[in-house]
Design a binder for this molecule. Structure first.
Ligand code: GCB
Length: 578
């Protein structure tokens, strides 16, 4: 899906700012407030009934269509309506989309007039069920209020989390561009158009100079400047339909490959250092914020991180664009987090239910998951920063039905993108002995909390458990292995001379212990600490105003562990420790 971009034939207006807002079954049934876009609505207001609302919320504003757009196709791009969006022009429902982290368009051409204004309403529903991605359950309490439960450890923020655009495209237009690169500068591309027509292709360098011309889906750049970790050089593929449309798609020349137990970028072994992150800030919730975007990337650079995982959902496109420009490596994850009912029974003591069954996560969940994979790859396939797809976080990959559930999804992802390796992050209960799906994937990404949830406060025991566990995976599967989560909750400002959980010293010692283990294991390709920053979660006795495993606080101040990471990562660069 092409991102709206201003070109000689396309225009766009960002509709961010204050919109009228209400919660309830329809816009007019609730009290009308004003809400910021982009932002989650939950933390904007003091009323708990809004924060904990389960169901529809409504955003409305008047929009004027530029008079110069007569004869063009006119669309509304919603970058993220979490989790289910409906777009109305006046009273007419124009588009509906389920999936809170991927964009969709509403074509309003036939309902609006250039030069005139119309009322744009966007409904957003935050309900998660057993057939949504991520999944959840709705119950109704004795007072008749809907309650949302879910298996994931971050607050179920909702709203218009990213920009909304009014944009125009010509009647005859380019609808998709796909770019594949080789290190010698050969570009294999394909384009789709709204009607059969010839498409001209030129490749421009970063200064706008034409460096190649395409024919029959191939172009060749002589002596290409590679996109590299730490140095994100971008070319633009300019596709045009003579006299009608022109669209510029940025891309980088780079390759990604798994060979033996190595993860190769441009043929060189790459060692991941960095974090699992979240889109999460005070007040804005999951709303995209360019100031935090810039600052977070500054902190990644400061701490020496070369990569991150978009745990646990696709992030705003601005984030990937920034990573492309600055050479930060990304593992791009779907929103399939919480496909694991054992976690629920572990936390609540409720009798375990099978995760994969027609009554729990069955064909309909898998169809939603397939849609999530399809939309992720459609949106992000041309980002050079994205080197791997993560299809899910912590599924019950040890349970009956896991293989049947995942095999078709892996096949789908490989059909949609034959070039990028696939991974998923394995939960603690899924061990090298009982996991049923790891052989379907290319890289073993392991989430473990030895020294935290297991062997709490006992780093010596934790070290033994960790090493045995990781070596077990390597031995059975013989694939590159990385740690996709390891972390300890830490209250900033709490100190101790002993190995006391929750202190800053403990977090630093906990990470140092992991690094000793990683450095002893051949075939180890990376370390992503959980988490970059503290983040908000749902209530519960396991969390004190959110998850505190951040190396930075929620307002991005470093805890002591940041220094431990900085020392290590800045000396490693992109290479495995010798
Ligand atoms: C996990 C999850 C992550 C949680 C983390 C924790 O395994 O993947 O979403 O936040 O553990 O802190 O418990």
């Amino acid at each position: 899906m092409l991102k709206p971009r201003p070109t000689a034939t396309r225009e766009q207006i960002r509709l961010d700012g204050l919109w009228r807002f209400s919660v309830g079954d329809a816009f007019d049934t609730g009290t009308v407030l004003e809400a910021a876009v982009p932002a989650s609505y939950n933390d904007l207001f003091t009323d708990p009934a809004i924060r904990d609302h389960v169901g529809w919320a409504w955003y409305r504003r008047t929009v004027r269509v530029p008079r110069g757009w007569a004869g063009e196709r006119i669309l509304v791009r919603v970058e993220a309506a979490t989790h289910h969006g409906r777009v109305y022009a006046g009273d007419t429902l124009v588009a509906e989309h389920v999936g809170g982290y991927t964009p969709f368009d509403a074509d309003i051409t036939d309902l609006v007039t250039a030069g005139e204004s119309f009322v744009l309403t966007i409904g957003v529903n935050n309900e998660l069920t057993e057939t949504t991605i991520p999944p959840g359950t709705i119950t109704v309490d004795q007072a008749g209020r809907k309650r949302q439960q879910y298996q994931h450890d971050f607050y179920n923020y909702a709203g218009l989390h990213r920009s909304v655009w009014l944009h125009s495209v010509p009647q005859l237009h380019i609808t998709d561009v796909d770019v594949l690169t080789a290190l010698d500068g050969t570009i294999n591309y394909s384009t789709l158009t709204s009607a059969p027509v010839n498409v001209d292709v030129r490749i421009l360098d970063q200064d706008g100079a034409v460096v190649a011309t395409g024919a029959d889906g191939i172009a060749k750049i002589d002596d290409p400047i590679l996109w590299q970790p730490g140095a994100g050089y971008l070319y633009t593929l300019e596709a045009s339909i003579d006299g009608h449309d022109v669209y510029g798609q940025p891309f980088g020349v780079r390759t990604v490959e798994v060979r033996g137990t190595d993860f190769l970028i441009n043929g060189e072994p790459f060692y991941f250092t960095g974090f699992g992150k979240h889109e999460d800030t005070p007040v804005r919730g999951k709303g995209h914020d360019d100031a935090y975007l810039v600052h977070d990337f500054q902190l990644l650079d400061w701490v020496g991180a070369n990569s991150f995982r978009t745990s646990h959902y696709p992030y705003a496109e601005e984030v990937l664009d920034f990573a492309d420009r600055h050479g930060i490596v990304v593992i791009d994850e779907t929103a399939a987090v919480g496909l694991n009912l054992a976690i629920v029974s572990g936390l609540t003591g409720a009798p375990p239910r099978p995760t994969f069954s027609p009554e729990t996560f069955g064909d309909d969940t898998r169809a939603a998951h397939a849609q999530a994979i399809t939309e992720l790859i459609a949106r992000d396939k041309n980002h050079p920063s994205v080197v791997m797809w993560s299809l899910t976080n912590e599924p019950a990959s040890n349970e009956d039905g896991a293989r049947e559930y995942f095999e078709p999804l892996v096949k789908l992802a490989r059909t949609l993108d034959p070039t990028r390796p696939l991974t998923y992050s394995a939960v603690m209960f899924a061990t090298a002995a009982n996991d049923r799906i790891a052989d379907l994937f290319d890289v073993l990404s392991i989430n473990r909390y030895y020294g935290w949830y297991v062997a709490t406060g006992d780093l010596a025991t934790a070290e033994q458990y960790l090493e045995g566990d990781l070596r077990g995976w390597l031995q059975r599967f013989g694939k590159p292995i990385m740690m996709s989560e390891y972390g300890a909750d830490t209250q900033a400002g709490l100190h101790s001379v002993w190995d006391t959980p929750w202190t800053e010293e403990y977090q630093a010692a906990f990470l140092a212990m992991h690094h000793r283990v990683f450095d002893r294991i051949d075939g180890f390709v990376g370390e992503h600490v959980w988490n970059f920053a503290d983040f908000q979660t749902s209530h519960g006795i396991h969390r004190v105003d959110g998850n505190k495993k951040g190396v930075f606080t929620r307002d991005r101040r470093p805890k002591a562990a940041a220094q431990e990471l900085r020392r290590r990562w800045r000396s490693l660069g992109n290479r495995k420790p010798a």
